[in-house]
Design a protein around this ligand. Structure first.
Ligand SMILES: *Cc1c(COP(=O)(O)O)cnc(C)c1O
Length: 399
């Protein structure tokens, strides 16, 4: 892996226009995220090792693949044999279609009023959350003399979206009569799968199996059944399921605190910036807004062109770390919108232009998404998602 800053000849051509990659005739500031596609495939291998033979991976690439870039992530996974993907919104699915991703695509957020034509035109499958939406989709499909495949979503205990078991029972006779709909799948979602022994998950699994029976008895025969996110895959066995829906595991995040020992996952995203200025400051100097840091001794401070506008959380003020020349060094002072400062007094030969890793690994030292999330009292999902559009992604090849 290389640590040189992004330049105008890098391989970011795949990236959606949202990302502010330097244009061909211009070099960007030296702040970027390396996306290690070989690590992505390694993590996919870890998921695959947990499946039983009749199961496939439906890779969850919502929110631009948790900030990693949905198009390059999908292309890499397609080359590895994945034919099923899930996103959150119609717009995310359409962006993948425009980029030539022609696999099965499930939209977890469902179909909102007015989006029916968009789903049918691009052959996208909504998670079907209620009967009213089914009526709308059926009407539009019939008018177009087409059919649309959907995955019925049942709320088995998450307390969020989907048919309750009672609602599903009432809806089935009507759903069976809709010529415009193909009930391709039946799905549900765990609430507490990150606690491997949770009785909530056991109960949800029972409800899900009951719903499978109910649907089959009604004469509807979905071909796909799926329930497990990353934590569910790692901690639960679902004999009926044909698909699993990993997200965070693919990106190297742990699905829960209890999985650290059993899973060998590698970080995919490595957030880096280069030292723009170095300054020697005397004891007593205040650093950054509010002088929340005051040097107790003379220090050498490195200034990096990255800040909270890039998704480097302001709560990392005086708390975060960077890796420079193999040393872990602390953030000093408040994180600004566009700059952060590090105390590099201990780093021998530190120089302007040195790359610094703020998330991910360098020289065998790692700041994992989970470690950063713990400092922020959140989960790695949010750390990755928030790395902003202003940070260009550079894709390191998968082979
Ligand atoms: C986001 C999501 C997933 C993936 O969850 P991970 O914990 O990232 O594996 C799976 N299923 C649904 C319905 C989701 O919304």
């Amino acid at each position: 892996m290389t640590f040189s800053p992004i330049n105008n000849t890098d391989n970011t051509g795949d990236v959606m226009a949202l990302r502010q990659n330097p244009s061909a005739d211009q070099v960007g500031r030296p702040t970027w995220a390396d996306i290690d596609l070989a690590a992505l495939l390694h993590n996919l291998g870890q998921v695959n090792a947990l499946l039983h033979p009749k199961q496939r991976v439906m890779a969850v690439v919502k929110a631009d693949a948790y900030g990693h870039g949905a198009v390059p992530v999908c292309r890499t996974l397609v080359r590895a044999g994945i034919i099923d993907f899930a996103v959150a919104t119609l717009e995310e699915a359409q962006a993948l279609r425009r980029a030539g991703v022609d696999t099965n695509l499930l939209v977890l957020g469902g179909c909102f009023p007015g989006q029916e034509e968009g789903f049918i035109r691009d052959v996208l499958m909504p998670a079907l959350l209620d009967l009213e939406t089914a009526e709308r989709l059926n009407r539009v499909a019939v008018r177009r003399r087409q059919q649309i495949s959907v995955h019925l979503k049942v709320d088995s205990g998450m307390g969020r979206v989907g048919f309750t078991p009672a609602q599903l029972q009432l809806a089935l006779p009507r759903l069976k009569e809709m010529p415009g709909l193909v009930i391709q799948g039946l799905m549900s979602h765990f609430a507490c799968a990150d606690e491997p022994c949770s009785e909530v998950s056991t109960e949800q699994q029972h409800v899900f199996y009951d719903m499978i029976d109910l649907v089959r008895t009604s004469g509807i025969n979905p071909v796909e059944f799926h329930l497990s996110n990353s934590a569910g895959i790692s901690g639960r066995y679902c004999s009926e399921c044909t698909l699993v829906r990993p997200g965070i595991m693919l990106y190297g995040g742990l699905p829960g605190d209890d999985f650290a020992a059993t899973l060998d996952l590698r970080p995919v995203m490595h957030l880096r910036s280069c030292i723009a200025q170095l300054r020697e400051l005397p004891a007593g100097s205040g650093i950054s807004y509010g002088h929340q840091y005051r040097a107790e001794r003379p220090i050498r401070v490195a200034v990096l062109p990255i800040g909270y506008a890039d998704g480097y959380n302001r709560l990392l003020s005086n708390v975060g770390h960077g890796i420079v020349r193999g040393c872990r060094v602390p953030v000093v002072g408040r994180v600004c919108m566009d700059w952060i400062m590090l105390d590099v007094s201990t780093v021998a030969d530190v120089a302007i232009g040195d790359p610094v890793t703020l998330l991910g690994s360098a020289h065998g030292v790692t700041i994992s998404g989970d470690a950063m999330a713990a400092q922020l009292d959140t989960i790695s999902y949010e750390v990755f998602c928030r790395i902003g559009a202003r940070v260009p992604r550079r894709y390191l090849p998968s082979v």
